[in-house]
Each structure stands twice: as C-alpha cells, then as structure tokens.
Design a binder for this molecule. Sequence first.
Ligand SMILES: Cc1cc2nc3c(=O)[nH]c(=O)nc-3n(C[C@H](O)[C@H](O)[C@H](O)COP(=O)(O)O)c2cc1C
Length: 340
Amino acid sequence: MSIKDRKKDHVELTASGEVSYRKTAGFERYDFVHDALPEVNLDEVSTEATLLGREFSFPLFLSSMTGGYDEGQSLNAMIAETCEKLNLPFGVGSQRVMIENKEEADSFKVVRDKAPGAFIASNIGGAQLIGNLPEEHLRLITEIIAANAIIVHLNPLQELIQPEGDKAFQGIEKGIAHLVTNSDLPVIVKETGAGISAEVASRLLSIGVQVIDVSGAGGTSWSKVERLRMDPEPGDSLFDDWGIPTVDCIKQMASLRETFRFALIASGGIRSAADIVKSMALGANFTATAQPVIKALKHGGREQLSDLLQKWQREMTMILTLLGCRTIRQLNPTHLRKLP
Ligand SMILES: Cc1cc2nc3c(=O)[nH]c(=O)nc-3n(C[C@H](O)[C@H](O)[C@H](O)COP(=O)(O)O)c2cc1C
C-alpha cells in the first residue's frame, strides 16, 4: 500500500473509529483545588503562553497529522487558516511522502500560503534519519513551508504493527544528533502516542534537542489504528494498550529540569481545557492535540474546529479564574489535588 493510501486510512479511522487507548492519559487522577476567593477578574485573565520564543494565544499545538494526498491538502489548509486566525502553532504530517514523490509537495506548501504569519513545524520520521537525512531533503521539507521548527517523530510501536513498517531502529539517535547540528531550526522530538520516558528524553536533550513532546498513551492508539486498517473486525491486541500514560511522562520530566533547559509539550489524550490546564500545572510548558482536531474537521470543517478551540480557550480562562490565577505561568502543582 502506498504512503498516500495509508495517510488517507489514518485520517478516516481516527475520525470515525474507536481507536483510543483503554488506559487513560491520567488526568482523571487529579482534581483542581477550587479557590472560593479568587482575587482576579475574568477579563484580566490571560491564557497566553510561550514556546520557542513565540507568544501564542493559549498553550495548544495542533499536532502533526496530514498531507500527501488530495484531502490531506484541504485538511492542512483548514488547520493553517484556523491557526493563523487564532494564533496557535501547528505541524504538518510526515513529509516523507513528498521526498519520495515531489508531486505531493502542494499538499504541504498550502499551509504557508494560508498561514503566512503562523508558527509551522516540518515533520519527518526517525527512520528517515538513519544514515543521516540528506541536506537536500532537509531543505526540501523545511523551505516549502518556510518552517519555524522541525519535528522528528518516533513511532517504533506503529512501525512494528504496520505490515509495511520500518523494523530497523538502530541509528535514529545518531541521525537526530546530525540533524540538530546541521539544521538552523530548533528540533522538536515527539512520540506518536506511546510516550517518551525521562531516560529517553535525557538522551535526546544531551544531543541538543530543544523540545520534547511526550505524546503519551491514553489518546490515539496507533496499534489499534494499524490493526483496524488490516482487519476491520473488532479484536484485541497485546499492544493496543502499550505505552507510558501522558501524565506519567510529564511527571518524569521534572527530574531533568536541573540538568537541561528545554520545553516540554504534553500530548496524547488531551481532550479538554481541563487536560490542558492540568498538564501545565504538572509542569508542561505547552500541550498538543491531534484526534479532536481531525474529528472536528471531518465532521464540521474549519468552523467546527475554530468553535472547539475557542471554547477550550474560554473554558481555560474560567478555570484559571477559579484557581485564582491571572496567567498560565502562575500554575503549579498546588492547584491540583491528587485523588485517592
Ligand atoms: C490522523 C492522524 C495522523 C497522524 N500523522 C502523524 C504524522 O504524520 N506525524 C506525526 O508525528 N504524528 C502523527 N500523528 C500522531 C499525532 O501527532 C499525536 O502524536 C498522536 O495522535 C497522539 O495525540 P492524540 O491522542 O491527541 O491523538 C497522527 C495522528 C492522527 C490522528
């Protein structure tokens, strides 16, 4: 099956199928500590947050998802327009497809046309970095969207389940180190839903990666997605629930703050404004989400996506007020209560 068809299947299945983890990302383990006497006014509360030196209207990155086929182009255009309007950062889906077939470049190029001022990240798989990403490929994928950062995705679970997946992982770390040294853009490394441990993050930060997006377990299960692609019958796999829950990833990263300066993105199962605020209180600098974005776009186009994101921002403002916080930066673990 071609990469194009695979990307199409992924969108269809995540937008309509039941492809979430059975285990949760962990946000339900915490409740907010309500402040009955908040010394703040709702209209003074700011949800603004910073990532890689840029200020955004609230701390939500629209995760890397698509490109490389016709509908991918229109989905990318809608994501780009929405992010331009709402001042949110986003990433395009894996650009491997346009390295292999230059005709697919338009489905990525569209994002810069639609979002001239937005923060946009390129995306490439770790497997493509084995033996080092050729200079011309790096230029190709970043210049076409005038990228502000480059995201490397790690997805060994998905590759193992996918019949046509890459099964060799040795050399990815070296390839990332080479990319960091040879790119002028900041490098973000993300998982795709199975999580990044503190040990792996430490290796990545040691070679100069600036941002870790944990993409932990509890949201989209790529084992389920790949299994449904092969066999639409309901079933079960040992690997459907494989991975480190997002909250556990966020908490593990605290131990690295003394040694490294880095930004931490919490993703994998971010499904509400409450999940965003809890992530920030637990120590993340930003959050990201994928499945709700694709669902909103497939069901109601750019309007539904814009409505969803604006609702989340309004709800975040209310949550901050009820915690007595004027800004996101004031959030800390004391605003959460661990449930028994
Ligand atoms: C339709 C779809 C396509 C995706 N394609 C990519 C991709 O090309 N590159 C990538 O890094 N992650 C990709 N992802 C993974 C997401 O960026 C994200 O890490 C993962 O889905 C977990 O977040 P969620 O629980 O909010 O969906 C994709 C996710 C979805 C739903």
